[in-house]
Ligand binder design. Structure first.
Ligand code: HEC
Ligand code: HEC
Length: 552
């Protein structure tokens, strides 16, 4: 299994310092057939043109034939600073990343498949690519790191040569040829996107839904105000579906190339010391849809960016909009259930006829309604077929909003495999939040297959089991899992790796054998991961893309 950066596999870099090969400066020139992107920014020409010489059209060697995400440009710049002694002040560095991410960026269609990298998600890359590329380029880091770039076939070849010399591996020619095909410099998507207007249309009011691992769903709204060019000020109010807790945050963001939203936000009330406090400052990486009707992504924090919100924004309009339905599932043959429809601009008068639920479900009455929430009573027929149902308020429909089930067949712990880390002098601890989700076996009658129905969170008690550690008292050396499924590694770093089962035992749901349903997640608790540091300046600027050029 090929998992991404925070995965277990990535511990191949653990504490293996990489010795740089400072080679004699290679020739930068390359035979170009593609038309390059001229560099018009005087700062970029001044800072990069000394080594990357300009031609008559204003193309800088290499740079004019490369496109990348903001993360890609940030990494390239870091490397220029670290290895080629390029000297830049922080504002200069931010301005250069900003210019290149905008003019030499990726179209939304190109960046979408690699968003998980910017979002710092644990991602299984196996399905994404061909095996040769995974073998050649996903051994030391995510393949998404490569696929965040677009280069000419010659550019990929040159890159692979330098890269393999630097990190001492044999470049696989098939992988390099494959990159030339799947990540070419010239694409129709970019040709079309780059000629359209790039002023990102993100100001105004947005409706939000979010999910926080372990805390369930949130809903609310965000107001986005222009702060000059592609920079914005944000204010958002989120409310927990589960307990009504409200979080108000403010932030600022940059939308690079009209699609790559990068920003930062924090709660207006100071965050507590709890690592998962929802007011904690977060970095934001989101994708703006080509028609600017939708924005989606992740806000994250933590030493390993393991905590955060999964966020979706949709444009607010003057019409009623249904955003969320709670609870997410109902048992067949249950009557007088309460269903909550959460949304925006619901009218003052609501009748059962305004609410459409799927077959086998009947809306009996409206219990209460406000502009943002309708509570109704529904019956579910005993013979209702198991499956997903759409729910609508008038013409606003949420697809597959609820699931009807006969019984909970099993409990799955998410994430199924994960990583937590002890701290040391340099790194603070890395945590992990677990969730227990109920499933029904699906139409094929077999559990653990693709057609299984997800039913939502199940009430469980949490426990853990350290492999090869029969003495339960010694588990403290590894860490603890809280009643809400939050794993905290032990404060002392034992200098060792541990394999752990995180176990969820259902409080009420039972299996065919009459015993409570049990789910297990696999957790590796490890020593802090060695990360590539370089000079202090480079480390400080690690997060500059979220700040834009006007940040101090
Ligand atoms: C002191 C000389 C020097 C300066 C100044 C310099 N570079 Fe480079 N750059 C190099 C060398 C040498 C290489 C080729 C070897 C390598 O890839 O590291 C290179 C390679 C690159 C590449 C990789 C090409 C590829 O195919 O990915 C990028 C991107 C790049 N530089 C961007 C920049 C940017 C942006 C600037 C201005 C901030 C800059 N460089 C300034 C020397 C320089
Ligand atoms: C032997 C390990 C290793 C292999 C194999 C490897 N890389 Fe890398 N790669 C690295 C390291 C180390 C970094 C720098 C990490 C850092 O700066 O944090 C890196 C960084 C990068 C970057 C970021 C930009 C830059 O220039 O630093 C890109 C793009 C990249 N790799 C692409 C590839 C591609 C494409 C392949 C396959 C041909 C590949 N890598 C194979 C170790 C490897």
């Amino acid at each position: 299994m090929h998992l991404s950066c925070r995965s277990i596999r990535s511990s191949s870099l653990v504490q293996t310092p990489i010795i740089l090969l400072i080679s004699a400066m290679p020739l930068l020139a390359q035979g170009q057939t593609d038309v390059g992107i001229p560099v018009t920014d005087p700062l970029v020409v001044a800072k990069c043109g000394g080594c990357h010489a300009a031609d008559e059209q204003g193309n800088l060697q290499r740079i004019s034939w490369a496109r990348a995400t903001p993360e890609g440009w940030q990494e390239a710049l870091k490397r220029m600073i670290r290895e080629n002694d390029v000297s830049l002040t922080p504002p200069e560095a931010r301005a250069i990343v900003k210019y290149l991410s905008g003019r030499h960026g990726l179209a939304p269609e190109e960046s979408k498949p690699v968003m998980y990298y910017a979002e710092r998600r644990v991602h299984d890359e196996a399905g994404l690519l061909n095996a040769t590329l995974l073998e050649a380029c996903a051994k030391c880091h995510d393949a998404a790191r490569a696929l965040s770039w677009r280069r000419t076939a010659g550019g990929w070849k040159q890159f692979a040569e330098t890269h393999s010399r630097r990190y001492r591996f044999k470049p696989d020619q098939d992988a390099v040829a494959y990159l030339g095909k799947v990540a070419p410099f010239y694409t129709r998507e970019w040709a079309s996107w780059s000629t359209r207007t790039h002023a990102p249309a993100t100001t105004g009011r947005w409706l939000m839904t979010a999910h926080v691992q372990g805390r369930g769903k949130f809903h609310g709204e965000m107001d986005v105000e222009a702060a000059g060019g592609d920079e914005f000020l944000t204010r958002m109010r989120l409310r927990s579906v589960a307990d009504g807790v409200v979080v108000v945050r403010t932030g600022r963001s940059v939308v690079y190339a009209g699609t790559a939203w990068r920003g930062r936000s924090q709660g207006i009330s100071a965050a507590s010391a709890a690592p998962d406090d929802l007011s904690t400052e977060a970095r934001e990486a989101m994708w703006v849809a080509p028609d600017a009707s939708k924005v989606e992504g992740r806000w994250f924090w933590g030493q390993y960016e393991e905590l955060g919100f999964d966020v979706t924004l949709q444009r607010a309009s003057s019409d009623p909009a249904l955003l969320l339905v709670d609870p997410p599932s109902f048992k067949a043959g249950s009557n007088a259930n309460r269903i909550r429809l959460i949304g925006d601009r619901f009218p003052a008068q609501v009748t059962p006829a305004d609410v459409t639920v799927g077959s086998g479900m009947t809306v009996r009455r409206i219990i209460s309604s406000t502009p943002s929430e309708i509570v109704a009573e529904v019956d579910v027929a005993a013979d209702a077929l198991a499956g997903k149902r759409n729910v609508s308020f008038r013409s606003s429909t949420l697809e597959s909003a609820v699931a009807i089930y006969d019984r909970v067949d099993y409990v799955k712990v998410t994430p199924e495999s994960s990583l937590a880390t002890f701290g040391n002098q340099t790194y603070s601890r890395g945590f992990q939040q677990f969730e227990a989700i109920g499933y029904q076996r699906g139409a094929d009658g077999r559990p653990h297959t693709a057609d299984d129905l997800e039913l939502g969170p199940v009430q469980v008690t949490w426990s853990m089991e350290v492999f090869y550690e029969i003495d339960a008292n010694k588990q403290d050396r590894v860490g603890t899992v809280s009643p809400t499924g939050f794993f905290t590694p032990a404060a002392a770093n034992p200098g060792n790796n541990y394999d752990v089962w995180i176990i969820a035992t259902a409080k009420t749901e039972k299996g065919k054998d009459g015993k409570p349903l049990v789910g297990k997640g696999y957790l590796v608790v490890t020593v802090p991961t060695y990360t590539f540091e370089g000079r202090t300046f480079v480390r400080e600027l690690d997060r500059w893309i979220e700040e834009g050029s006007s940040a101090r």
